[in-house]
Design a protein around this ligand. Sequence first.
Ligand SMILES: Nc1nc2c(ncn2[C@@H]2O[C@H](COP(=O)(O)OP(=O)(O)O)[C@@H](O)[C@H]2O)c(=O)[nH]1
Ligand SMILES: [Mg+2]
Length: 360
Amino acid sequence: MQIGIVGLPFTGKSTLFQTITKTLLDPNELSKSEAHQAMIKVPDARLDKLTEMFVPKKKVNATIEVVDVVGLQKGDSGSTQFTGNFLGKVKTNDALVQVVRLFENETVPHPDGSINMMRDINSFETEFILSDLAILEKRLETIKKQILKTQDENLKRELPVLEKCYEILQTEKPLRDANLNKDELHILKTYQLLSVKPMLIALNFGESQIKDTGKYLEELVKNKLGPNTKALSFFGQIEKEMADLPEEDASVFMSDYGITESALDKLIREAYDLLGLQSFLTAGEDECRAWTIKKGMTAQEAAGEIHTDFFKKFIRAEVVSYDDFIETGSFAKAKELGKWRLEGKEYIVKDGDIISVRHS
Ligand SMILES: Nc1nc2c(ncn2[C@@H]2O[C@H](COP(=O)(O)OP(=O)(O)O)[C@@H](O)[C@H]2O)c(=O)[nH]1
Ligand SMILES: [Mg+2]
């Protein structure tokens, strides 16, 4: 999974990137118009606990790739402009995190001269919509010609979907909130449109605003949030400073400030939710590991995530839920108490299942 951090200049994108990836970028690096990428380990208390119990040779967290997408510039016309560099990077992202600035900082000018949450979000959305409209407009022109020439059935199926999306965009609505079905989304995939990507709006607050975050989140929910948009608050400056501290000191500082959850934890929770993801676990003396899968995946599909061979040669999955495992304390005890199950390939994996795949 890949998540792109986007937003207007000076909103705190690179600050957030450095905080959640625990990297420190050279200021010279930061000013370059190149994207920065890093893998983050998905924190998972259940995996930590299993690691304590099994003391395995290896512990492997699930990972997410994060991209600090640079390349959005303020055009002379007063509107933002997406450069080719920006579009190239965003295209492949599974979800976008849009950082919106709420902190005041006189030494860092806001490109529009003032702090205004809804204005910034809407202007960014408009850019996404315009970019998608341009792509669809071109495509609609060629696809109609192609159909006349070839009478191709696939193209005939594609055309009404593209027309429908074009109309939605013309009403200034992003495609992510248009309740498109699976087939429609599949057709759109090739065009790598922007407004269809699930979006996480990350409001970046200053130190003095910690108590005000609820008010802004409420306003956002009222104005904006569709089914594939979510919002969270974070405190860029403070959290970046804490990222350098040992974990225990950091959590003491955080609670002193009244920050109950880190940007990283919030971001991952919301991104999983937005993308319909969950984790299952594998545990043993060699390795304890967390795996990310789509909700609704079967045991066989989950086994395929571990190894393609496991999909083909799947026989059964041994399953214990994490809670049952902790309660009983071992696989043997779980078995004895009837909490250990053998499931077939159609079994729908649940979040936190500890799984061992039996294969031929
Ligand atoms: N006061 C304050 N300054 C911040 C905060 N987040 C970022 N900044 C400052 O704003 C400037 C731009 O931040 P940066 O992360 O580089 O923004 P980007 O252009 O969106 O990548 C830097 O000088 C940061 O130190 C914040 O939460 N509070
Ligand atoms: Mg930056």
